[in-house]
Design a protein around this ligand. Structure first.
Ligand SMILES: [Zn+2]
Ligand SMILES: [Zn+2]
Length: 256
């Protein structure tokens, strides 16, 4: 399995429009963050978690030429607004793309992107997707996918465990029973917004606390705001925790 961080930024992206802070004006490419998304390649199938606002630019940067399925965490603009770009992959693949999500996300997709779901001429004008409601663990291309319910403020959203890798972003709390699902991981990818607390996201301290509790072999932090200077934060992290950056690719030995 191969993991590729397509984007690692919070909803504004980094740099933020109109901000002249040291991180937003930094020359370090690791401080340039598009909206968060992860690409998992498993036996030549590409599974994309979220269609971030910059999906087109991310796909061009990292030579992503096919997307075989999409898993959505939740319906917030930064996680879905690349949705329309899926039509380019439809064209390349000659097939509709299955899109997995909870009921709330599917309902919001249908409302926000009503034109996609309306009857009418197909052609190249709009994405062809197959909504798939997630109600329990499922198998995708031979990979076992375990949805993990976490809270983003008051809102229940989904994280995912794919074999021994988990991706949990935009989380501010998790129940003990769902936290159990994060044990024995090779890799945990976890959202950590900034140093200061936030009502709907873990800050750095809370993310490190969860990592301490579930003890993955390696953890990577994502969904990062401009409070984090890459080089500085890396020095502050425990040795088995890293700060992800756009374009970071990780090979994971196969284990299903
Ligand atoms: Zn977000
Ligand atoms: Zn969100």
């Amino acid at each position: 399995m191969r993991l590729l961080f397509m984007g690692t930024g919070t909803s504004h992206g980094v740099p933020m429009i109109g901000c002249s802070c040291p991180v937003c004006t930094s020359k370090d490419p690791r401080n340039k963050r598009t909206r968060s998304s992860l690409l998992i390649t498993y036996q030549d199938k590409n599974i994309l978690i979220d269609t971030a606002t910059e999906l087109r630019l991310q796909a061009l940067s990292f030579n992503v030429a096919h997307v075989d399925a999409v898993l959505y965490t939740h319906f917030h603009a930064d996680h879905v607004f690349g949705f329309d770009d899926l039509r380019r992959f439809n064209h390349l693949q000659g097939a509709a793309i299955p899109v997995y999500a909870n009921a709330h996300t599917i309902a919001e997709l249908k409302e926000c992107f009503a034109y996609v779901f309306r009857d009418g001429p197909k052609g190249g004008g709009k994405p062809q997707i197959i909504p798939r409601l997630i109600t329990s663990p499922f198998d995708l291309f031979g990979l076992s996918i375990q949805p993990i319910k976490v809270y983003h403020g008051e809102m229940p959203i989904l994280g995912y465990r794919l074999a021994n890798v988990a991706y949990v972003t935009d989380c501010s709390s998790i129940s003990p029973s769902e936290q159990e699902l994060l044990h024995d991981l090779d890799i945990l990818i976890l959202g950590a917004l900034r140093y200061r607390p936030h009502p709907t996201h873990f800050n750095l301290e809370q993310a490190l606390q969860l990592i301490e509790e579930v003890k993955p072999r390696r953890a990577w932090l994502t969904h990062l705001a401009h409070a984090f200077d890459h080089a500085q934060v890396e020095k502050e992290l425990p040795p088995h925790v890293g700060l992800a950056y756009d374009g970071l690719a990780i090979e994971v030995p196969d284990a299903t």
